[in-house]
Write a protein that binds this ligand. Structure first.
Ligand code: UDX
Length: 460
């Protein structure tokens, strides 16, 4: 089957490469000439496990091509996927200008029946807007050509996108049109062999399903972070509470890890966009607004804890920071808690020595050269001359630590752990002040120790 994909960003690239890998013929089109040139050289502009070899293999096999020629791309596929960005505009709503521009481009060049597939995460009602744009453009051309628009939201996790594409829980298609159902069945047949994963529904329900899924997951996280904060104040341990509630199958163990707040390109943007959509139809989405507010507050917690450890004075301190990406196995720093922390530290006059296995280049791109930021090549190089250690991302390589070595390196034995990687007793018996998330009892003791043992601190 011939397939065209507009947008060679994260979603477009993964979709195109995976569909080529199961034998479809795929043409990816993007307006960014530099990106297309790099892709044609087999260079993948994003880090995603398994993507690069799969992309190269399928390019060599002639099933995957990249172009900037929109006219050629529209003529190519019966299915025209729209996978371009939908950045938030000033009020947090998803900005549809790129999506509608692609709709116009398709209508400008099509000369036979096409199925337009909305893959980007778009607000409810977008398929209707895409249809209206295509219809208007065809009318301007005086062309009488049939088309359909359907919604086919993606549920890809960064760092596991290739796997998610082939082994995802469900494939949602929003359409009432029989030819669309037939074509989408053919497109996804390779992924639909073991069990029926395709779910057809009306287009608005499909659009809302994507937002509802992400908003539900974000709600679980904010809920746990709220309870974690409460646990801290009550002297309870959120990790024990997590086990306790997760064992109830109605709650489950997934996605209830407390931490320093959710980040990435999806949750923050989608929760906001859904709240704005609600506002547009006159509904006050109180819960969604609270989910967002709790997350914002949570991202400030790491700084708050460091501040507490240093009695509010971080000026001139050097903080070792492990983990810049918003989660492990990605180089993505969009909305990452590390950014909130670094910016607050700089504001307070502290210096950051950071390490991340993948996100160093991205961090340099965002912040450029600064005197108060050193990005190291190795994890433990961050500890040279550092006063305290903060962990923002749960990369595997941060889990096993030689605490004696760490203690020798840090001028003050302070660990702020935004991901609850360690057993508080172990860390404390190694002589550290351990500030984790929602581990109330450990924190309470730490606080008293911080006050009574301030002599412990060899001030830098
Ligand atoms: C998410 C959805 O999972 C995916 O289905 C959707 O299509 C896009 O958005 P992604 O943003 O790549 O994917 O990351 P995910 O692994 O879901 O994590 C999101 C954020 O939540 C991370 O910042 C992570 O650290 C945080 N998180 C996750 C928690 O704080 N606690 C948890 O229990 C789980």
């Amino acid at each position: 089957m011939k397939i065209t994909i507009f947008g060679s960003g994260y979603v477009g690239l993964v979709t195109g490469t995976c569909l080529a890998d199961v034998g479809h013929d795929v043409m990816c089109v993007d307006v960014d000439e530099d990106k297309i040139a790099r892709l044609n050289n087999g260079e993948v502009p994003i880090y995603e496990p398994g993507l690069e070899p799969m992309l190269k293999q399928n390019m060599e096999a002639g099933r995957l091509q990249f172009t900037t020629d929109a006219a050629k791309a529209v003529k190519y596929g019966k299915l025209q996927f729209i996978a371009v960005g939908t950045p938030p505009d000033e009020d947090g709503s998803a900005d549809l200008k790129y999506v509608l521009k692609v709709a116009e481009t398709i209508a400008t060049h099509m000369d036979e029946y096409k199925i337009i597939v909305d893959k980007s995460t778009v607000p409810v009602g977008t398929a209707d807007k895409v249809s209206a744009t295509v219809r208007a453009t065809l009318k301007e051309r005086g062309a009488d050509i049939d088309f359909d628009v359907c919604s086919n939201p993606e549920f890809l996790k960064e760092g596991a996108a290739v796997e998610d594409f082939s082994k995802g829980a469900r494939i949602i298609v929003g359409t009432d049109a029989e030819p669309v159902k037939k074509a989408m069945r053919e497109c996804y047949a390779p992924y639909n062999r073991n069990r029926e994963k395709l779910m057809f529904m009306d287009v608005r329900s499909a659009e809302l399903t994507k937002y509802a899924a992400n908003a539900m997951l974000a709600t679980k996280i904010s809920f746990m972070n709220e309870v974690a904060n409460l646990a801290e104040n009550l002297g309870a341990d959120i990790e024990q509470v997590r086990h306790g509630i997760g064992s109830d199958p109605r709650i489950g163990y997934h996605f209830i890890y407390p931490g320093c707040g959710y980040g990435g390109s999806c949750f923050p943007k989608d929760v906001q966009a859904l709240a704005r959509t609600a506002g547009n139809v006159g509904y006050d989405a109180e819960l969604l607004n609270a989910v967002e507010a709790v997350n914002k507050r949570q991202k400030g917690k790491l700084f708050q804890k460091l501040s507490q450890a240093f009695d509010g004075d971080l000026k001139g301190k050097t903080i070792a920071l492990w983990g810049l990406a918003f989660k492990p196995n990605t180089d993505d720093m969009r909305e990452a808690p590390s950014r909130t922390l670094m910016e607050a530290l700089w504001e307070a006059g502290a210096k950051v020595q950071a390490y991340d296995p993948e996100a160093a280049t991205e961090c340099r791109r965002i912040y450029g050269e600064r005197n108060d930021l050193v990005i190291t090549e190795k994890r433990d190089d961050t500890l040279e001359g550092a006063d305290a250690l903060v962990i923002c991302t749960e990369w595997k390589m941060f889990r096993a630590i030689d605490f004696d070595h760490l203690k020798q390196k840090l001028s003050t034995p302070v660990i702020v752990d935004g991901r609850n990687l360690f057993d508080p007793e172990t860390v404390k018996s190694a002589g550290f002040l351990y500030y984790a998330m929602g581990r109330g009892d450990s924190l309470k003791r730490d606080v008293t120790r911080t006050q009574s043992e301030s002599s412990l601190k060899r001030t830098a």
